[in-house]
Design a binder for this molecule. Structure first.
Ligand SMILES: [Zn+2]
Length: 400
């Protein structure tokens, strides 16, 4: 049996006045996803336990079949794993976003989607001015970078009580009440403060301003944690997996659970990603793996920008270039199962992730169809199939 999981990140949403009272999933023309709903079942699952933050980290850990209450330690350690960075027992990884803060308001948590090349130069300045034996600033992709704290013989100052707000939760809001607090926060706040003067007249920012782009005014530190002890997927579920994604977080998850990572040229993690290239790579991977997972960030990005038409368009591209070809290829090769589901809702209204159930559609060998015919939030709400603990959906999907 072959398995495919397609994750349109954050695609679950609310009815939109601008879409005639429909949700983006309802408004989009997604015949391939609706075909899965028709041939199989629609249900809903909750991937973010109430006590944890509604991030892609927690939600995707659950989606991949791991109880986040047991295994989640923070976002940054997952991204460190993606980059092959080894964390010792007294080390912590911390997300180091490049952001634009104006008038104490989070104008842009991506610093205008700053390029990786520009980010690398800013990180080099941070390393030479603030880095050292205990601190490594490590460039990632665009605004998503890392700070590694090397504790050596002493544990890091951060604990599970250290609070740091994800910058994408602060879009267009005041940041004054959301600087890190709790154990180790003085240290984080000092670094964030130091970055302001280092960046103010940095050549990268001077050039960005000249070109009419948003400067990276600050670093924003959050998502700190140590490496989680996660058992390999094959050990728990008996299947080999492979991951296609443009986002370090998902690469890290794949690395931690022992999945192969497939890099696709043209996959950007943004609205301009090469959907067809991802679809082709997924189809090609079916021959070599039991389970192929395709993660697409574009739907989530559209919500962060509050852009309903872009979200609808991203769904239609995913449907046409990824879900459709995958379903066709799966059906042609023999026994299969195909699951489409986001990780968490990202409502256009709030421009950020939220708790709550997401709709899924599942079809394939041995799945007895229900009466629901469309893949959207409305159909899912009518379904009797619901996973309050979303991590249990994986076992249902694999049919074991
Ligand atoms: Zn997400």
């Amino acid at each position: 049996m072959k398995y495919a999981l397609v994750i349109p990140d954050g695609c679950a949403d609310e009815p939109q006045a601008s879409l005639g009272g429909k949700t983006p999933l309802e408004a989009a023309a997604i015949p391939a996803m609706d075909a899965i709903a028709s041939a199989g079942v629609v249900g809903r699952a909750n991937h973010v336990p109430e006590a944890l933050p509604p991030g892609s980290d927690v939600a995707n850990l659950s989606l991949l079949g791991y109880d986040p209450n047991l295994y989640f330690t923070g976002r940054a350690p997952l991204e460190a794993a993606a980059q092959g960075i080894h964390l010792g027992p007294n080390d912590s990884a911390i997300r180091c976003n490049l952001v634009t803060i104006e008038d104490q308001s989070m104008r842009d948590f991506t610093a205008g989607h700053i390029s990786t090349e520009e980010a690398t130069q800013l990180l080099a300045t941070l390393q030479s001015e603030l880095g050292g034996e205990h601190l490594e600033f490590i460039p990632g992709v665009s605004y998503r970078n890392l700070l590694i704290y090397r504790g050596g013989k002493n544990p890091p100052p951060f604990t599970s009580d250290t609070r740091a707000t994800p910058p994408h939760d602060l879009t267009d809001k005041s940041v004054l009440d959301d600087y890190p607090r709790g154990p180790g926060s003085d240290f984080l706040n000092q670094l964030m403060s130091d970055s302001v003067s280092l960046f103010a007249n940095h050549p990268v920012n001077r050039k960005r301003r000249e070109q009419g782009h948003r400067p990276a005014t600050n670093i924003w530190l959050w998502g700190q944690g140590r490496t989680p002890a996660v058992p390999p997927f094959v050990q728990i579920y008996g299947k080999r997996g492979a991951m296609i994604t443009a986002v370090d977080l998902l690469r890290g998850l794949a690395e931690l659970i022992g999945w192969r990572r497939i890099e696709v040229p043209g996959a950007t993690g943004y609205l301009d990603t090469d959907y067809a290239a991802k679809g082709r790579a997924a189809v090609a991977a079916l021959a070599e793996t039991d389970l192929i997972c395709v993660h697409i960030e574009a739907t989530d990005e559209a919500s962060h920008e509050g852009n309903a038409p872009a979200k609808v368009k991203a769904l239609e591209e995913i449907d046409r270039h990824i879900v459709g070809p995958l379903h066709k290829a799966l059906a042609a090769q023999g026994e299969y199962r195909l699951l489409v589901t986001p990780d968490h809702p990202t409502p256009l209204r709030t421009k950020t992730h939220s708790h709550g159930a997401v709709p899924f559609a599942l079809a394939g060998t041995g799945i007895v169809p229900d009466t629901l015919r469309a893949y959207d939030e409305i159909a899912a709400a009518q379904s009797k199939l619901a996973f309050v603990e979303g991590w249990k959906l994986m076992r249902y999907f694999l049919g074991s």
